[in-house]
Write a protein that binds this ligand. Structure first.
Ligand code: SF4
Ligand code: SF4
Ligand code: FES
Length: 377
């Protein structure tokens, strides 16, 4: 009897035939990977199965697929673990989403993923004279961007990005994480220009809906959504970039709304985002939202009383949190990927030598506690 069964989605667009599912039995131990299973099926049963792979060690990022409906690296998923999450004991393997299928499990990364990476100018643009030798930067700065440098460009986050599903032009989680890698690098001289560009783009940093899918999907802990939030924070707090998408004002209105009401008062949020109910910018937006408002009233999802007179006031706990944050003189952010030095650990050296290509020397200190303060955010 076979150890595991893989149900693979087969599709060859050029044949004109519809996609279909095909089962393959594999004889492998549970600690072997789903990729090993696919390769065994390809070797023993059907050599035409399309799968892209190279390193088989979660390094090259080429074997991204959906396993039991969730994106992952086929070489980084054990058969026994995959079988546990399979609904009927059969492990389903299908191509990643949001990208066109080339054949079976192979998607066209050039058409979507790499195009978006190019969009964010993925190289350093240093200011001024190059130093005679290497750039010397504070170690904390490199720790801060190390998280994004861990990306292996597998596309798993792109596969399940909900915003990209709705708006295929959205720059997307992987490319925006890449953008943070350069925005957060102290050697880059174009921080403001990069941020303005990403804020003004209607498919840029304010197009993310915080669904967390990219954080869950990423096999390398890059947490693309967190990098997008960092881009927004620097654009807002450090550069005060007022974008034409109203993203900055919307975020500010959101924060003030919670501060005032404790719970989100939706009826105020939209007008506040545009400068108040009677602001010329708010009127067309409110008019555009009128059909949805009327429908909500009709279905009693909201009553005029509740909409206009929000019954909640911020409780003391919320006020205390806001007071605590307002009293901070500088922004404090925890980088939860690279956690900081132990209390009794020796002081780090004054600078870390970093090569022109951005390969850091000893900045990464994963595995330590407690969390490290991010330096320049
Ligand atoms: S959090 Fe944002 S970038 Fe990440 S998957 Fe969701 S919408 Fe996409
Ligand atoms: S951010 Fe994570 S999931 Fe997205 S491409 Fe990079 S490694 Fe893959
Ligand atoms: S084969 Fe390289 S990451 Fe899976």
């Amino acid at each position: 009897m076979a150890d595991y069964t893989l149900r693979i989605r087969r599709y060859s667009p050029e044949t004109g035939a519809a996609p279909y599912w095909e089962n393959f039995d594999v004889d492998l131990d549970g600690h072997r990977s789903v990729l090993d299973g696919i390769l065994q099926a390809k070797d023993r049963t059907d050599g035409s199965i399309g799968i892209r792979c190279s390193c088989r060690a979660a390094i090259c990022g080429s074997c991204g697929v959906r396993i039991n409906g969730r994106p992952n690296l086929a070489c980084h998923t054990h058969l026994d673990k995959a079988a546990e999450t399979a609904t009927d004991g059969i492990i389903t393997v299908e191509p990643m989403g949001n990208m066109p299928v080339v054949k079976d499990l192979i998607v066209d990364m050039d058409a979507v993923h790499w195009k978006k990476i190019q969009r964010v100018t993925p190289w350093l643009i240093p200011d001024g004279e190059q130093p005679e030798r290497e750039y010397i930067v504070p170690p904390e700065s490199m720790i801060d961007v190390t998280q994004t440098m861990a990306c292996i460009q597998c596309g798993a986050c792109v596969s399940d990005c909900l915003s990209m599903e709705v708006d295929p032009l959205f720059i997307g989680p992987a490319a925006l994480a890449k953008a943070y890698r350069f925005v957060g690098d102290p050697r880059d001289g174009q921080q403001y220009e990069r941020l303005r560009n990403l804020a003004e783009d209607p498919h840029g940093i304010y197009d993310c809906t915080h669904c967390f899918n990219c954080i869950e999907a990423c096999p390398k802990g890059v947490a693309p959504m967190s990098q997008i939030m960092r881009l927004r924070r620097i654009a807002n707090s450090d550069h005060d970039i007022e974008d034409r998408n109203n993203g900055h004002r919307h975020e500010r209105a959101f924060v003030k709304n919670i501060e005032r009401n404790g719970l989100l008062h939706e009826a105020d949020l939209l007008p506040d985002s545009y400068g108040g109910k009677f602001h010329p910018r708010a009127v067309p937006e409110l008019a555009r939202g009128l059909p949805a408002i009327l429908k909500a009233l009709q279905r009693r999802k909201v009553t005029p009383g509740k909409a206009l007179l929000h019954p909640h006031k911020a409780p003391d706990d919320v006020k205390r949190i806001y007071k605590h944050v307002h009293e901070k003189r500088e922004r404090f952010e925890l980088n939860l990927y690279v956690v900081g030095k132990e209390e009794d650990e020796a002081e780090p050296p004054q600078g870390v030598a970093v090569g022109h290509e951005g390969t850091e020397a000893s900045a990464s200190s994963a595995g330590h506690t407690p969390a490290e303060r991010s330096p320049n955010r």
